[in-house]
Design a protein around this ligand. Structure first.
Ligand SMILES: *Cc1c(COP(=O)(O)O)cnc(C)c1O
Length: 386
């Protein structure tokens, strides 16, 4: 049976809540379901203010406006990330400054951030790869000393933790994704988490086309008018209704993903010991959310061969990213600071195994195909000689 890379999980209540939104007769943004999602996110994550957006990309764009990025301002981030991390700042004329990743977690190497700071640096954007937290204590300390903002790209880190704190709530601002390929979904969707109260009022205006609509509805101002730059960053109620079903079930979704993750991890231990692949590393102070399970093969060639073999069996693993510093737009709009050794090396060797809630009956099949076809670079001597 075909095993796709991702299959969106439905809790069963999505259509019920969508029907309720339909019945409520309020379909634009910020209706009852949006408010429920906001309250839930604030309570569960501990952020001061959560605002639903139509994507994590939108939340990052809002963060770039809130950070007051001006043409030429620099923003430090990993090169090993999704394009939206950089695009949001480039849209404001900002310059992404790419720093290499750590070989263990594949997160930005915090020890290389300080050397990349210039008088033009405005913000640091750590990306919590695979839902494993970046070294936030060090990053926050550097930001404080240099008076920089920290915007967490927590697209993959929804409900994961670093030293007991939920990812996305540690920096000044955090961005979540509810895209269909993430853990908790609404098709397209996201949220901006505001952890520094001075950004709340402006964030509400930016999200509502630069108007004071939120204040107007609260009776704080008597005229609803254009007061700032902004765009339409809020989702409609049908999306929020869908998301509400998922948030209610978030604990269960995360737990089921963690079980699959653990099964893969235990199952691949033997191959790691043989030296034919490496498994993910999670520092003990990080609690991940099983957003993905990846393996690191010994070479690009070994990866290419394994993918071909898996596809033959109708199993569809994927890899990413083309490092941003080597992409056409990354070269045009950004620059690399220092060597990109680990970024270049690991992006060639990483492979993501199928990971979705409901995969349980087929996870053994994925493992057995990896066992049968992984390129055993470490050939036992007797076998190699015969
Ligand atoms: C998925 C993802 C995004 C974009 O999320 P959307 O909700 O699709 O806009 C941004 N950054 C990272 C690291 C991601 O994985």
């Amino acid at each position: 049976m075909k095993i796709p890379f991702n299959k969106p999980y439905m809790t069963g209540k999505e259509l019920f809540y969508i029907a309720e939104a339909h019945f409520n007769g309020m379909l634009a943004g910020d209706g009852p379901f949006t408010k429920k999602c906001h309250t839930w996110l604030e309570k569960e994550t501990g952020t001061q203010k959560a605002l639903l957006t139509h994507s994590c990309t939108a939340a990052l764009e809002m963060a770039a406006i809130l950070a007051d990025i001006q043409p030429g301002d620099e923003v430090i981030m990993p090169s090993y990330t999704f394009v939206s991390t950089a695009n949001a700042f480039v849209l404001r004329g900002g310059v992404p400054v790419f720093v290499d990743i750590r070989p263990d977690t594949l997160n930005i190497d915090e020890s290389k951030i300080e050397a990349a700071i210039t008088p033009k640096t405005k913000a640091i954007v750590p990306v919590h790869y695979a839902g494993v937290g970046c070294e936030m204590d060090t990053i926050m300390e550097i930001a404080k000393r240099h008076n920089l903002l920290v915007i967490e790209d927590a697209a993959q880190g929804v409900f994961a933790k670093y030293k007991g704190k939920t990812l996305g709530t540690i920096g000044h601002l955090g961005a979540y994704s509810f895209h269909e390929t993430k853990n908790v979904i609404s098709g397209e969707g996201g949220a901006l988490l505001i952890n520094d109260a001075r950004f709340i009022e402006r964030a509400e205006m930016i999200r509502e086309k630069g108007t004071n609509r939120s204040q107007f509805f609260r009776g704080l101002v008597d005229k609803y008018t254009w007061v700032d730059v902004g765009s339409s960053y809020l989702p409609g109620e049908v999306i929020a209704a869908f998301l509400w079903a998922q948030l209610e079930d978030a604990g269960n979704i995360t737990q089921r993903r963690l079980n699959i993750w653990e099964h893969y991890h235990r199952g691949l231990h033997a191959l790691e010991r043989q030296g034919v692949l490496a498994r993910p590393i999670t520092p003990s102070h990080c609690q991940h959310n099983a957003h993905m399970y990846y393996i690191l093969l010994n070479s690009l060639d070994a990866r290419t061969k394994l993918i071909a073999q898996m596809r033959k069996q109708e199993i569809y693993p994927v890899f990413h990213y083309v490092p941003l510093h080597s992409s056409p737009a990354g070269k045009k709009y950004g620059r690399a600071h220092g060597e990109m050794t680990h970024t270049n090396d690991l992006s060639d060797r990483l492979l993501r195994l199928p990971m979705w809630t409901g995969l349980e009956p087929q996870m053994e099949q994925v493992l057995s195909v990896v066992f049968d076809h992984v390129d055993s670079k470490v050939v036992p001597i007797s076998k190699g000689r015969s």
